[in-house]
Ligand binder design. Structure first.
Ligand code: DQA
Length: 144
């Protein structure tokens, strides 16, 4: 089983960026955590981060034929990107959307998610653990 884990804009600034919302741990710590979870679960994983919508679309397209599922935190593109939604629909791989913060408890413009419309689940407000939950959800879904 192979997963792609995608992180969108400004997530590379974790640790520096609004620590009261996103925590004090940096992006490298997040990637190390994801690798640790996947190793424990016997899952192969490739992690990506981009600040550019089109690059995220390219990565989702490249998952076709290479990955069995996608974990995605589209960050700010969550609330705007029909392109990311369409890319997820195009590859038709099971995907889980993750948010470190609880977007439903924040500004109203964060309540809408386009990519979630092509995801089997959305995990929010659980910090790094949300990625673990997403990986486990995909593992369970894929082993059915
Ligand atoms: C985020 C929530 C988004 O609203 C925000 O734009 C982000 C991070 C989260 O992980 O909580 O960049 O996706």
């Amino acid at each position: 089983m192979k997963l792609f884990v995608l992180n969108g804009p400004n997530l590379n600034m974790l640790g520096i960026r609004e620590p009261g919302i996103y925590g004090k741990q940096d992006f490298n710590a997040l990637i190390a955590y994801i690798h640790e979870v996947c190793q424990r679960e016997g899952i192969e994983v490739e992690c990506f981060q981009s600040n550019h919508e089109g690059v995220l679309v390219d990565i989702i397209q490249s998952a076709y034929g290479k990955a069995d599922g996608i974990v995605i935190n589209p960050a700010a593109y969550t609330h705007t990107s029909v392109a990311i939604l369409d890319a997820l629909k195009a590859v038709a791989l099971p995907a889980v959307e993750v948010h470190l913060s609880d977007i439903k408890e924040r500004e109203s413009f964060r309540h809408i998610s386009y990519p979630a419309m092509a995801c089997i689940a959305q995990v929010k407000g659980k910090g790094f653990y949300g990625y673990e939950e997403a990986i486990l959800l995909l593992k369970e879904h894929l082993s059915k």
